[in-house]
Design a protein around this ligand. Structure first.
Ligand SMILES: NC(=O)c1ccc[n+]([C@@H]2O[C@H](COP(=O)([O-])OP(=O)(O)OC[C@H]3O[C@@H](n4cnc5c(N)ncnc54)[C@H](OP(=O)(O)O)[C@@H]3O)[C@@H](O)[C@H]2O)c1
Length: 256
């Protein structure tokens, strides 16, 4: 049976990835922190497919490493490296533990999961790895500096892996959505920002279908939505200074 690992399966995009693969009978390995939600997913999809739950906090080294040891011998057909978090607000006012959590989940855990799961994909010369970044990764983001930087890392890592694995039957695709209507908005304090007012906000099912399409079509970088594609393309023709100012303007503090 084809096996898929989905991180951040308990909310937003991860829930939709779970629905897509669960309805198609894949063996689901679902990772998240929210135990009630994980159990709910098991109950929902068990009649359709095999479900294994991983209650793991990816920001805690021991939990991440224990999980990686446990999956060392698993050969996944598909890995959706989706778990992630943001934090809106000035860098100097941000809490250091939140900064650390962001770097650990968005960068370190994603990298380690890719490293471990790709080993077995290479052995069988088959597999799909989808890393969820963001269009934020194409620019620097004042008031969300660390988040943008982490997503930039994910784009660069993914692109390099695509090149390294170009002679293998392994696909690495990087999904880069703009704003999406999920819990990310409130969890990242984006209600203090004008970002979601100024840009097109996609729904999770649309983004996930686009991500799966991009994976099947072997798209190394997959920017979701025409508006976002235009912004990323146009950003190549303005100075870095102007681009930072524009980003700052688009996601400034909301005037209450
Ligand atoms: N929504 C947007 O506007 C947007 C735009 C571009 C890119 N993205 C990216 O899309 C991905 C999914 O985000 P989303 O919009 O679906 O947000 P979401 O609804 O907040 O879901 C985030 C998921 O990540 C998991 N997660 C967060 N921290 C974790 C940790 N320490 N350990 C384990 N799991 C953790 C959460 O698990 P629990 O709920 O169990 O804690 C949850 O399942 C993220 O990488 C995000 O950066 C989102």
């Amino acid at each position: 049976m084809k096996k898929v690992l989905i991180t951040g399966a308990t909310s937003g995009l991860g829930l939709e990835f779970t629905r897509y693969y669960g309805e198609r009978g894949y063996c689901l390995h679902l990772l998240g922190r929210n135990n009630d939600k994980l159990l709910e997913l098991k109950e929902k999809y068990s009649p359709l497919c095999e479900v294994k739950l991983w209650k793991v906090d990816l920001s805690i080294d021991e939990q991440l490493n224990h999980f990686l040891n446990q999956i060392e011998n698993e050969t996944y057909e598909i890995v959706i490296n989706n778990a992630g978090l943001g934090d809106f607000g000035p860098f100097v006012k941000s809490e250091l533990n939140k900064v650390e959590e962001m770097v650990k989940v968005n960068v370190l855990a994603l990298t380690k999961i890719a490293h471990v799961t790709l080993q077995n994909m290479v052995k069988v010369n088959k597999g799909y790895l989808l890393n969820v970044a963001s269009m934020a990764g194409f620019m620097s983001g004042p008031n969300m500096a660390v988040y943008y930087a982490t997503k930039s890392y994910v784009i660069h890592l993914s692109e390099a892996l695509t090149a390294e694995l170009k002679n293998e039957n392994i696909v690495v695709s990087c999904l880069c959505p703009g704003p999406v209507d999920t819990q990310f908005y409130t969890r990242s304090n984006l209600d203090n920002s004008t970002l979601f007012k100024n840009l097109w906000v996609a729904d999770a099912p649309t983004v996930v279908m686009e991500g799966i399409f991009g994976l099947q079509k072997r798209k190394p970088i997959n920017i979701v939505g025409f508006q976002n594609q235009v912004i990323v393309f146009a950003s190549r023709f303005v100075s870095r200074k102007a681009l930072v100012r524009m980003t700052q303007y688009i996601q400034e503090y909301r005037k209450k």
